[in-house]
Design a protein around this ligand. Structure first.
Ligand code: 1CP
Length: 353
């Protein structure tokens, strides 16, 4: 049996309940800006060794919780575990980002892709989830996650990161049928992967659509949003008698928050290119919002960080349903003490009498 939750601010805020103070966590909160992360990463040898060792994955997940008392933990893993389990042969070369040995090149490649059984080739992720949940001992909720079908497809077709998305967009425009077959497989794989994470102990879910914002409005709906909708409809929404909220985050997707809210998700991640007051108007009252401090604010002085945090809190206003976060992942060269300043500012400025 897992321990009862001592701090459920994050879950209550996503449910748009009134909370004593605004909960805060940070995308990529475990990672290279933390010296204690770099030590464990060096011990593991490479990034995938770190992800596939449940004890080490648990250790780095808890590091930012111990250091900053954040209000949610996020599983330490990566969105690219799914394509790796599909046989695309993922490697991370130091300083170079992800690479696939066998990227998707043809219709036949898509047809041959298996939908991985999460309790087989992805069992290491489920072991990390259950280990982290046990070690958290009810301190804060654990967020499970995956990439969106479109964002996964960009890496699978490009063979790694990309600047212009020429291959994946080339496929999308020249052979939309094959593109849809790939996205449908990815969506099925994501649903069973997220459901297995909930089964293993994840208490909330997040879908990272990092590259949805590179699409035109109509193509965003057809090639990204539609498959996130499939995920919202397919995932477990309750476990142990409590709602399992799901948050969708399309980077550069501020103009589509209304459409995203209509999927029936619980929360929307918002980047820093839209004011939270506008974001609320667009998204409506059916969802909570997560965000949206510009990650580069953490390069500024403590005084400027305090002032920028205040602007974000003020732009959301007094209504319930705000989860404080950066508008994208924390940068690797940020001074960790500056994140401490941010977290303290959120606590101080958002505490309600
Ligand atoms: O050498 C290292 O230590 C690798 C750096 C690193 C880390 C710390 C990578 C490689 N992934 C991660 C962890 C990670 N990735 C988490 C852990 C949990 C946490 O937030 O603390 C999460 C949620 C992700 C998700 C992820 N991976 C996304 C979506 C979110 C986002 O930031 O946009 C994406 C796009 C990836 C792909 C990826 N993995 C790693 C890198 C460097 C990249 C980006 C590659 C590119 O530039 O396209």
């Amino acid at each position: 049996m897992n321990a009862p939750l001592k701090n459920d601010l994050y879950l209550r805020a996503l449910n748009r309940e009134t909370v004593e103070r605004t909960p805060v966590w940070v995308m990529r909160q475990a990672g290279r800006y933390l010296p204690e992360y770099k030590r464990v990463r060096a011990q593991a040898g490479n990034f995938m060794n770190l992800c596939s060792n449940p004890e080490l994955a648990c250790e780095v997940t808890l590091q930012p919780i111990d250091r900053f008392n954040l209000d949610a933990a996020i599983l330490f893993s990566d969105i690219l575990t799914i394509p790796d389990a599909m046989g695309l042969e993922l490697t991370f070369e130091t300083g170079e980002g992800p690479k696939f040995g066998k990227p998707i090149k043809s219709r036949a490649d898509v047809e041959a892709l298996p939908i991985p059984d999460p309790n087989d080739s992805l069992q290491y992720v489920m072991d990390a989830v259950s280990t982290i949940r046990r070690e958290l001992n009810g301190r804060v909720p654990l967020i499970g996650f995956s990439g969106s079908p479109w964002t996964l497809a960009t890496y699978m077709v490009e063979g790694g990161g990309s600047k212009d998305f020429s291959k994946v967009k080339g496929l999308m425009f020249s052979d939309p049928h094959t593109m849809h077959a790939l996205l449908d497989k990815n969506a099925q794989a994501v649903v069973s992967y997220l459901n297995a994470q909930v089964e293993a102990g994840a208490q909330a879910l997040m879908v990272f659509d990092t590259w949805g914002g590179v699409l035109s409005p109509t193509n965003y709906q057809e090639f990204s949003l539609r498959y996130m909708q499939q995920i919202v409809e397919g995932v477990t929404r309750e476990a142990d008698g409590r709602k399992v909220p799901i948050t969708l985050f399309t980077k550069s997707g501020g103009q589509w928050l209304d459409l995203m809210a209509k999927t029936g998700c619980d929360g929307l991640g918002v980047d820093w290119t839209i004011d939270l007051a506008d974001a609320r108007k667009r998204a409506g009252d059916s969802v909570a919002l997560q965000g949206n401090l510009d990650p580069s604010v953490l390069y500024g002085s403590p005084e400027s960080i305090h002032a920028e945090v205040k602007k974000v809190l003020d732009s959301y206003g007094d209504a319930p349903g705000h989860v404080f976060n950066l508008g994208h992942g924390i940068h690797q060269f940020v001074n960790p003490e500056h994140l401490g300043v941010m977290v303290e500012a959120v606590r101080e400025l958002s505490t309600r009498p």
